[in-house]
Design a protein around this ligand. Structure first.
Ligand SMILES: [Fe+2]
Length: 128
């Protein structure tokens, strides 16, 4: 599975949000690495997922404050997307299954890519 490599195309033009996106990529990359191990440790897996869950919440909160500050017009829609994504992430953690590591990691890679490139790019114009 491809790991994230930071590139300017990912920049939403706001230093804190870009920094947080890089950190999220770093955590997801750790999961990609884990999925390539012969016998991945499930406690390591849980640790990384919990770290991701916590960071996603911190990150969403920061985005919500920023979008409110700049008067982003689609704030309500973005909030509902954040709600759905948080629920999905929490469900993944609740139903943790080391035997299904590849599909979970694949899901999270796509999830992060979509979050940055599709959803967050919509507020680039307002925050940069
Ligand atoms: Fe984001």
């Amino acid at each position: 599975m491809e790991k994230f490599i930071w590139d300017n195309k990912y920049s939403v033009g706001h230093p804190l949000i870009d920094h947080q996106h890089r950190s999220l990529m770093g955590i997801v990359n750790e999961l990609v690495e884990l999925s390539e191990e012969k016998a991945p440790s499930s406690s390591k897996y849980i640790n990384i997922l919990m770290q991701l869950d916590e960071y996603v919440h911190t990150h969403f909160k920061a985005e919500e404050i920023l979008m409110t500050q700049v008067g982003y017009p689609d704030l309500v829609q973005h909030l509902s997307i954040h709600g759905a994504l948080s629920d999905q992430a929490s469900r993944l953690i609740m139903n943790i299954n080391i035997d299904d590591l590849n599909s979970t990691v694949q899901f999270l890679v796509e999830w992060l890519e979509q979050h940055i490139m599709v959803e967050d790019m919509k507020f680039k114009h307002y925050v940069s």
